[in-house]
Each structure stands twice: as C-alpha cells, then as structure tokens.
Design a protein around this ligand. Structure first.
Ligand code: NAD
Length: 330
C-alpha cells in the first residue's frame, strides 16, 4: 500500500518508520503541506496522511479523489482542516487519532500558566544577563484562584485534575458536562458566567462554526480586569484583534497561546532569517505579558509514538473494516 505523508519533519519520519515495521507500508514523505499547489504530489497514492495545517478543502479533496486516493489518515485529533461534508460526498474515508496523549497538551497548558504567572521566560533571560532584580516579577498564588475551563473533554478534564492539585477553584462550560469533572468538584456554568468569574480562562473545546471566535470583543468585555487567557486548542477560537485591544487596555493581564488563527503561514518552520509579514502576530510579540509557543503542546515522545502507531493502525483497520467509530470522521 502506497501512502503519501505530507507536512513531514525528521521527527515524524523517525516515529512513523518505527511504527511501520509492523506493517511494511510504502511510505513516501513530503515536506510541504498538502494544498491546491502541492496536490499533484499525491497522484496515485491510495492513502494520504496529513497533519493540522494541511488544507483539505473541497478542491483538494476532489483532486485527490480523482487521482485515486480513498483514505485520508490524519495524524491529529482535530479535523477542522477537512471539509467533512465534501469528503463524504466524494466517498473519501477520513480517520483521525482522537487521543494520543491528552497529558502532553494538558501539561503544556499548565506550563504556560506557571510560566506566565511567575514570568519564568523573562527570569531566564534576566538571570543570563546577571540581572537579579525582582522588579516586574511579582506573581500570584495559584492556590485559591478561580480557573474557568471551556471544554472538559480529555484535555480540559486533565487540566482540571492537575489544577485541582494546586488548590484552584474549578469552573467549566461545556455543551456536555463530564461526570469525572463533576466528581472532582468542577462547577459547570454558562459561558457568560464563566467569562465574568474566572481569573484564568483556558480553552479546550474543538474549533467548530459554533466556537469560531468564541472569545471576541464582547467576551473580553465581560472578563475581570487582569484575567489570564490560555489557548492551546485552535487559533480561531480567539479573535486576535479583540485580544490585542484587551491587552492594550490591560483587561487581559496575561496571554498564553500555543495556537494562532493564521499559524499555517508561520508555525513548524524556522523563519528566523525572514521578515514576518503578519503584523497582527508581530504586535502580539511586543507585549511583555504574552507567551507564545508554536503549536508544540502535543510534542512529547509519548505522543509522537502514539500518533504514529494509531495512524498506521487506522489505515489497517479501514481495510479490515474494524476502524473504531471515534477514529472515523468521514
Ligand atoms: P475532546 O473531544 O475530548 O473534548 C472536547 C470537549 O469540548 C468536549 O467535552 C465537548 O463536549 C466540548 N465542546 C464541544 N463543542 C463545544 C462548545 N461549543 N462549547 C463548549 N464546549 C464544547 O477533545 P480533546 O482531546 O480534549 O481536545 C480538545 C482540543 O484540543 C481539540 O479539539 C484540538 O483542537 C486541541 N488540541 C491541541 C493540540 C496542541 O498541540 N495544541 C493537540 C491536541 C488537541
């Protein structure tokens, strides 16, 4: 079986090659993202394997279907980059890896909270300059803080568990409350109440038409002054311009991002020699109370191992007719 693997880095190859020892698939690695320009590369491959920033819109899906592809194996949990209705119309099967390591993302989320609060990223730079002044380094106790979790699925629930250990007061909003979280003492409420109450708001719901720009100017308006906002889910949950205004007016006291709405033009590449054209992203980087990582929350060896194993197992399962329902999105 021939599989075209897009958006690959050396680390993807390492983990996929190891997982493939049990299958012997013919894997061809392509560095570029799959999009309208690169779609001819997939010609003749039965399976196309993609990641978070590949652009699986209707035109790309129609092209790969016409070129002989039957199956798209996503190496990620989210599938907002795929036009699912078009995939179904074209008879393409789309598989995903629903839960490779929620720990990786939850732990990174808490890492952002701790680093922002205690300014660890700034302390690192300061101490290397022999500057041991504590001015500007003042933090607050997480113990007793009210944390609002939007989306208490696998990752949001783990964030709740970890922060429970810190002694935080946990509140949440989810269209489907999670009984494990309720048992932990998480209080569910509606979104406006959560926005008004939380000192730290962390986003863990998927990107859907309902959650697009969930945090917009109106939402920022409702938050308490000095709130910490964390997004390790998907960039477009946040209206970035509204957040920049919130930072300028000091409404938002801390911002931690692992994802960004226009990240596909930036993330996963070394652009250190380039002039970045995205003025909104560059503005974000000017704030001292903003900490951004480049979509690395998932990036642990445990997660990469599991992603590689499940991606290849999904492909096998599709042809055996045994793909678990939660791994199939079309
Ligand atoms: P999950 O499906 O287990 O949980 C998502 C939760 O969001 C569910 O409880 C669901 O009921 C809730 N939800 C759905 N629509 C909602 C809405 N409109 N309002 C409020 N809640 C809503 O997913 P997960 O594994 O916890 O992952 C969450 C998200 O994290 C993924 O969708 C993905 O975008 C993101 N993610 C990011 C990374 C990273 O590296 N930064 C890695 C993996 C996943």
């Amino acid at each position: 079986m021939k599989i075209a693997v897009f958006s690959t880095k050396p680390y993807d190859r390492q983990f996929l090659d190891r997982a493939n020892q049990g299958y012997g698939y013919e894997l061809t690695y392509f560095e570029p993202r799959l999009n309208r320009a690169t779609v001819p590369l997939a010609n003749g491959y039965e399976v196309v394997c993609c990641f978070v920033n590949d652009e699986l819109d209707e035109a790309v899906l129609a092209a790969i279907a016409a070129q002989g592809t039957q199956l798209i194996g996503l190496r990620c949990a989210g599938f907002n980059q795929v036009d699912i209705a078009a995939a179904k119309r074209l008879g393409l099967t789309v598989a995903r890896v629903p839960d490779y390591s929620p720990y990786a993302v939850a732990e990174h989320t808490v890492g952002l909270i701790l680093a922002l609060n205690r300014k660890i990223h700034r302390a690192y730079a300061r101490v290397r300059e022999n500057n041991f002044d504590l001015e500007g380094m003042l933090g607050f106790d997480l113990h007793g803080c009210t944390v609002g979790i939007v989306g208490t699925g696998k990752i949001g629930a783990l964030v709740g568990q970890i922060l429970h250990g810190f002694g935080c007061r946990l509140m949440a909003y989810d269209v489907r409350p999670n009984p494990d979280c309720e048992a932990l003492g998480v209080t569910y409420t509606d979104l406006p109440t959560l926005l008004k109450t939380a000192n730290i708001l962390t986003l863990h719901c998927p990107l859907t038409p309902q959650t697009h720009h969930l945090i917009d100017a109106e939402a920022v308006e409702q938050m308490p002054a000095g709130v910490m906002l964390i997004n390790t889910s998907r960039g477009a949950l946040i209206d970035t311009e509204a957040i920049i205004n919130g930072l300028k007016t000091h409404k938002i006291g801390y911002l931690g991002l692992d994802v960004y709405e226009q990240e596909s033009d930036l993330f996963f590449e070394n652009l250190s020699e380039r002039v970045i054209q995205d003025d909104v992203f560059q503005r974000l980087l000017t704030f001292p109370n903003v900490l951004i990582t480049g979509h690395q929350a998932f990036f642990t060896r445990n997660a990469l191992e599991q992603i590689a194993k499940t991606t290849l197992a999904n492909i096998d399962a599709v042809y055996q007719g045994t793909l678990p329902a939660q791994n199939q999105v079309a």
